[in-house]
Every structure is written in structure tokens, then in C-alpha cells.
Design a protein around this ligand. Structure first.
Ligand SMILES: Cc1cc2nc3c(=O)[nH]c(=O)nc-3n(C[C@H](O)[C@H](O)[C@H](O)COP(=O)(O)O)c2cc1C
Length: 303
């Protein structure tokens, strides 16, 4: 397909809680930069102070194309993505936008609906959504992926990103038209409505060193180290990004519920453990119905 418009600069806007989506955003940044495209990256999950400092530069570029990338939360985009859409000015942002959702389970129901509401909100704001699709990363909730599967997913990033970049730079139009339906909409709405209360149930164990990492890294400035108890205190702006729990250097924050993985979520640690190890074949590390979407994703052409 011949290009319908030339892309010289791109703005990547992303939200990542525990770092999986961030790897994909960084892979796009590298791929585009290697191809001579000017890239500006806006991290919607950066700590507030960092976001404020970077704001001017990130919004200066009127990009030929925006790429919005977010971690799927309850078959939808996390709240900071909507906050950005509502606050951004169309003209400053440039109109064309590609939307990429990053899920643990792949392009299956209910994840197929993860871009619906976000795309509708973008269109209401005046954006032209030209492309949308799903990428897959290790799940950071409920189901702990084994190291071999995690490595297969990480290894597949450059190939997938390169193919999508080809599409985007060619100006390919790719739109999914899955309709979410009332039940799924209600589940997503309920998650967004109740997310704020999640952090109130986080237990702070004696391992807490009061280092303040959680306070500094919370994307919604929801955590304050109390001047009285010297312990983290949580307000109601939690978006269940999981960063404080998985990222705490002392692993001092605990949540007593199946949603949080008991052994944590640390992609760097998996890479260290698997250094020099050839990951198992997909059939071996990706068994069972639960992995159907992941298997499909890994089987698609990507290199
Ligand atoms: C609150 C919450 C809800 C999630 N909901 C879904 C979901 O509906 N479907 C899915 O496949 N993965 C779901 N996930 C998993 C993440 O989408 C997936 O692990 C993603 O790669 C995490 O990206 P991150 O590391 O950038 O935060 C959810 C994760 C969280 C924290």
C-alpha cells in the first residue's frame, strides 16, 4: 500500500503500571528513531513532578502521528489514559492516532473490547483513529506466567513492533470493530469506580524501611509517607497500577487477594534468571485454555 501521508514525527503516549507496557513503548521509540523519525515520548505514569517538568517539551511537537499505548485494566484503559484524552488539546496533539492495548491474555474476549471506550472518547475529542490492535505481555494479576513464557513474550517484542511500525509508516488503516456490550461495559466501569479504594487494603509490613520509593513512584501521587508514623499512607486516587506493591525495594507492601501475584512481578529478575537459557517451546510453556490468546499472539508472524 502506498503511503497516504508522510510521517516525519511521532508522539508516543503511554501508561504502564508495572513496566511491561513501558518496554513496548520503548521498543517503538527505538524502532522509529532508528528509522529516522523524530519521536517524543509522554509517560502518563511518570511521577507527577517528572510529568510536570517534561510537560512543555512533550506537548510542543505537533506530531504527524500519535501512538497511544496502555496496559489493559478490566478490559479497558486505565484512568490516567482518560485523564490525558480529556485534558489534551487536539491541535497541540496532532489528530491522527494509533491505539495499542497491552493485555496479559491476548486478543480474546473480553480483551477485544479494551480499546472501545477509549477510541470513542478519542473520536469525541476530534482525534482520527487510524489503527488499533492488541499486543501481549506477561500478566501482572491473578495468573503468574512461567519464566519461559515470559521470555518468549519479551523476545517477540522487537519483531512485532517492527511489523506494526511498517504498517504505521505506510499509513495502513486497521480498525477493529468489536462491540463491547452492556455487561462488559459495566465491569470496566465498576473497576474504574472502585479502583480508588484498592490501596486502602494494602498492608504495610515490618519490612518497610520508610525509604519513600512508593511515594516517589506512584503515578497518581496517592501515597504519602506519614510524618507521624513514618509509614506510607494511601488516599483514594489508586488506579491499581500495582507499581508500589511489585516495585517496593523491600517488598514490604502486601495485598491479601488473588489479584496480586504472590511471588511478585519483576521482568528484570526473570531476564537475569533466564540469561543464557533457551526458552521452552511454546507448546510446553503455554498450556491450557487460559493461554489461548497468548498462544495465538505468539504464533502470529512477528519476526
Ligand atoms: C487492575 C488490572 C486489571 C487487569 N485487567 C486485565 C484484563 O482485563 N485482561 C488482561 O488480559 N489483562 C489484564 N491485566 C493484566 C495487564 O493488562 C497486563 O499484565 C499488562 O501487560 C500490564 O502492563 P504493565 O506492566 O505496563 O502495567 C490487568 C492488570 C491490572 C493491574
Amino acid at each position: 500500500m502506498s503511503p497516504t501521508y508522510e510521517i516525519k514525527d511521532v508522539r508516543i503516549i503511554y501508561f504502564s503500571g508495572s513496566g511491561g507496557t513501558e518496554r513496548i513503548a520503548k521498543a517503538f521509540e527505538k524502532e522509529l528513531t532508528d528509522r529516522g523519525i523524530e519521536v517524543i515520548v509522554k509517560n502518563l505514569g511518570a511521577p507527577l513532578k517528572e510529568r510536570m517538568e517534561a510537560h512543555a517539551e512533550q506537548d510542543l511537537l505537533v506530531a504527524d502521528l500519535n501512538i497511544l499505548i496502555f496496559a489493559v485494566h478490566a478490559a479497558d484503559a486505565p484512568k490516567p489514559v482518560y485523564d490525558w484524552i480529556r485534558s489534551t488539546g487536539c491541535a497541540e496533539a496532532g489528530r491522527k492516532i494509533a491505539v495499542i492495548s497491552v493485555s496479559g491474555g491476548g486478543d480474546m474476549w473480553p480483551n477485544k473490547g479494551s480499546r472501545n471506550h477509549c477510541i470513542k472518547t478519542l473520536e469525541e475529542k476530534g482525534f482520527e483513529v487510524t489503527y488499533d490492535r492488541m499486543m501481549c505481555m506477561p500478566s501482572n494479576v491473578f495468573i503468574e506466567y512461567n519464566d519461559h513464557l515470559i521470555m518468549r513474550l519479551l523476545n517477540t517484542i522487537p519483531g512485532k513492533v517492527s511489523l506494526i511500525t511498517d504498517d504505521l509508516l505506510k499509513g495502513k488503516i486497521l480498525r477493529s470493530h468489536f462491540k463491547k456490550g452492556a455487561i462488559l461495559n459495566r465491569i470496566s466501569e465498576s473497576e474504574q469506580k472502585n479502583a480508588g479504594k484498592f490501596a486502602r487494603k494494602i498492608r504495610i509490613t515490618d519490612a518497610c524501611t520508610t525509604c519513600g520509593w512508593c511515594e516517589r513512584n506512584c503515578p497518581t501521587s496517592n501515597i504519602k509517607i506519614s510524618e507521624i508514623t513514618a509509614r506510607p499512607e494511601f488516599s483514594d486516587r489508586c488506579v491499581i497500577c500495582t507499581r508500589c506493591i511489585y516495585g517496593c525495594p523491600a517488598r514490604a507492601l502486601r495485598y491479601d487477594g488473588a489479584i496480586i501475584l504472590k511471588n511478585g512481578f519483576d521482568l528484570n529478575a526473570v531476564e537475569r534468571r533466564m540469561a543464557g537459557v533457551e526458552p521452552d517451546q511454546m507448546e510446553k510453556c503455554c498450556r491450557g485454555l487460559l493461554y489461548k490468546g497468548v498462544k495465538k499472539y505468539l504464533s502470529e508472524k512477528s519476526q
